[in-house]
Ligand binder design. Structure first.
Ligand code: ZN
Ligand code: ZN
Length: 356
């Protein structure tokens, strides 16, 4: 089968190769992949800035159809079912984190698409416990963004201890720094949960496509911080108090330093964007003086997939808009380039389409 492979260590070394389909074991499903989305992580794997074990098939945001069911999971699964799936391959299933429903941060996890073979391939052999059914009637384009939407759901709906569930409960104002997929999905949640003022901050790169989409998804104000000062915008909207919730999706040092200044005293901070360097300067005392509630988030536990899938039909119009491009595998390089320039939000590689 055709697959996109990180062939060797170092920057680049990514190519389409003809590789064998891995025989599914008794606990596995064999999935014929429909779409696999290009993620920022894939760009980092390409550049060798994210841990990977080459040679490895890339791709972790996938949907597809079950074409074979292992003998041990035939009570639960049938050929022909449409599925999406987690990327938490290698999670042990026996440690305290796995038993608590958090295989996504298990020490032994070796994620699909970077450490284990992923889904930029015609077929994916997947441990069945990682699969989730796609609701009937849900378009493939929406199913194809389930992985990032599950992360967004985890961060914004289930990651706030003591508030059954909602980083956004009671919030009137939210600042979202970063307008790529995570920032845009945060808009979908904020608007779904009735937040009145949704401010999205980005840069020149976000203006042509992402800001336009941000407004269509429910952002009430977009700010290009390269052309406009964000602080007075937030001050105006909140009578000088700062926003109730700040969701950091940019990983930018400047955005992080400024965000801490723009969230109100006792406000909530949801941290999603990974930063490039290992350490960054932060106005630490301000976190304390303001008594901010900080929530660090990473990836997506199984519970968040179920919650995400449960609302996808209702948000299908908005989620479908995120898939701005659908390309055949042969055009992967163009897709990666469009992600870098901000021309595209989410690009789905159609693994069943030949080059035009
Ligand atoms: Zn991803
Ligand atoms: Zn574990």
């Amino acid at each position: 089968m055709k697959a996109l492979v990180k062939v060797a260590a170092g920057p680049g070394h990514v190519a389409i190769q003809d590789v064998p389909v891995r025989d599914p074991g008794p606990e596995d499903l064999l999935i014929r992949v429909k779409y696999c989305g290009i993620c920022g992580t894939d760009l980092h794997i390409h550049a060798d800035e994210f841990p990977n074990d080459p040679p490895v098939i890339m791709g972790h945001e996938y949907c597809g159809t079950v074409v074979h069911v292992g003998t041990g999971v035939r009570e639960e699964w049938r050929v022909g079912e449409r599925v999406v799936g987690e990327l938490h391959t290698g999670a042990c299933g026996t440690c305290a984190l796995c038993l608590a429903g958090k295989p996504h941060i298990c020490d032994r996890k070796l994620a699909l698409g970077s450490r284990r073979d992923g889904a930029f391939a015609e077929y994916l052999t997947l441990p069945a416990w990682l699969a989730h059914r796609v609701p009937d009637g849900l378009p493939w384009e929406v199913a194809g963004v389930t992985e990032p939407f599950a992360i967004s759901t985890h961060c914004l709906v289930e990651r706030v201890p003591g508030r059954p569930g909602r980083a956004l409960d009671g919030a009137q104002s939210i600042l979202i720094t970063g307008a790529a997929t995570m920032g845009l999905m945060a808009i979908i949640w904020a608007s779904r949960l009735g937040v009145r003022n949704i401010v999205v901050a980005g840069t020149d790169l976000d203006v042509p496509v992402r800001f336009v989409l941000a407004q269509r998804l429910g952002a009430t104000r977009v700010v290009n911080v390269q052309r406009e000062d964000l602080a007075p915008v937030v001050a105006d909207l909140t009578a000088g108090a700062g926003v109730d919730v700040w969701v950091e999706c940019s990983g930018s040092q400047r955005a992080i330093a400024q965000g801490i200044e723009l969230v109100k005293k006792t406000g909530r901070v949801v941290l999603i964007g990974l930063v490039g360097p290992e350490t960054i300067p932060v106005p630490w005392n301000t976190l304390l003086y303001k008594e901010l509630d900080l929530v660090g988030c990473f990836s997506s536990p199984p519970s968040s997939w179920e919650k995400a899938l449960a609302v996808e039909a209702e948000e299908a119009d908005k989620l479908g808009k995120l898939a701005t491009h659908i390309l055949p595998l042969e055009e992967w390089e163009r897709g990666f380039a469009m992600m870098r320039t901000g021309e595209a939000v989410k690009i789905l590689i159609d693994m069943q389409r030949e080059e035009a």
